[in-house]
Write a protein that binds this ligand. Structure first.
Ligand code: PMP
Length: 287
């Protein structure tokens, strides 16, 4: 297979040839933001929503957007076309650029723009059918979790705790309330009602989170967005994690305790089927 093609500051090139200077503020400070957009059958899923969130992240770190939405769309389509595989996961990163190391923002520096494509690997059937195990942890990240910042050290430390415990994700609590997982949003079901924490500075506004809410509303699934206590999570009938690559997965074990009956619940199975239909419908419209 031809080598993976990436985009860096105006040019497409093989991954092996892409280089950035060591003084890039993304490397020195983690001073940048990113996005991940899934492409199914080479169609970009919810691109306008991802570009809107990218703008929100850039605004949050006071970095002017180097491209219009039209430009981003063309660059992304070109990257998808140049890479093998129909299902791709497109990663964007924008950093504040290269400058002498000093904390304050440099003047007149061009941002670094990097994009790459990875194969989009959605969960295997066994995971969908059997669910995944999660652990819990205190959310010790910063207070701007709504920004998709490349400063992901907190998320990496937390995810590694899950991996060390043989779990798929870490469900986090801050001051006794559910926030999210290290790379996913979290939904729970109690008394047949779907619950999720509201969007605020403590969670990433997931694109999949919005899809789940749209599907719930369209199918009259009772839904409440509100603060959820740790106790409510630990005694939930169902727990789900959602993200662009995981889509929606049932959590069947939390800290070694079974969730509900210990298998993906009825509302999960309904939502998973709706999600697949939703995706197919979007792709049919795009084709
Ligand atoms: N929260 C965090 C911390 C994440 O990293 C992700 C994945 N990007 C999500 C939630 C889910 O977001 P999305 O549905 O847009 O993939």
């Amino acid at each position: 297979m031809a080598s993976e093609i990436v985009y860096l500051n105006g040019d497409y090139m093989p991954l092996e040839e892409a280089r950035i200077p060591v003084l890039d503020r993304g490397f020195i400070f983690g001073d940048g933001v990113y996005e991940v957009v899934p492409a199914y059958s080479r169609h970009l899923f919810r691109l306008p929503q991802h570009l809107k969130r990218l703008q929100h992240s850039l605004d949050g770190i006071r970095l002017p957007n180097p491209h219009s939405d039209d430009e981003w769309t063309k660059l992304t389509q070109e990257l998808v076309a140049r890479n093998a595989g129909d299902d791709q996961s497109i990663y964007y990163q924008v950093t504040r650029g290269v400058a002498k190391r000093a904390h304050e923002f440099p003047l007149n520096v061009k941002p670094t723009v990097f994009m790459m494509s990875n194969p989009l690997v959605t969960p295997p059937r066994a995971q969908i059918d059997q669910g995944v195990a999660c652990i819990t942890a205190t959310d010790f990240r910063w207070l701007k979790c709504d920004l998709k910042s490349v400063s992901l050290l907190g998320n990496c430390l937390l995810k590694q705790m899950a991996v060390d415990a043989g779990a798929a994700e870490v469900v986090m609590f801050r001051d006794g309330y559910l926030t999210e997982a290290s790379a996913s949003n979290v939904f729970i079901v109690r008394n047949g009602v779907l619950l999720a924490p509201p969007k605020n500075h403590l969670v990433l506004p997931g694109i999949t989170y919005d899809v789940i809410i749209e599907i719930a509303n369209a199918n009259k699934i009772p839904l409440e967005l509100r603060e959820i206590s740790e106790h409510e999570v630990r005694t939930a009938e169902e727990i789900w994690v959602t993200s662009s690559t995981k889509e929606v997965l049932g959590v069947t074990k939390l800290d070694d305790e079974p969730v509900g009956e210990g298998k993906p619940g009825p509302l999960f199975r309904r939502m998973h089927a709706h999600y697949q239909e939703f995706k197919q419908a979007v792709m049919r419209r795009a084709a």
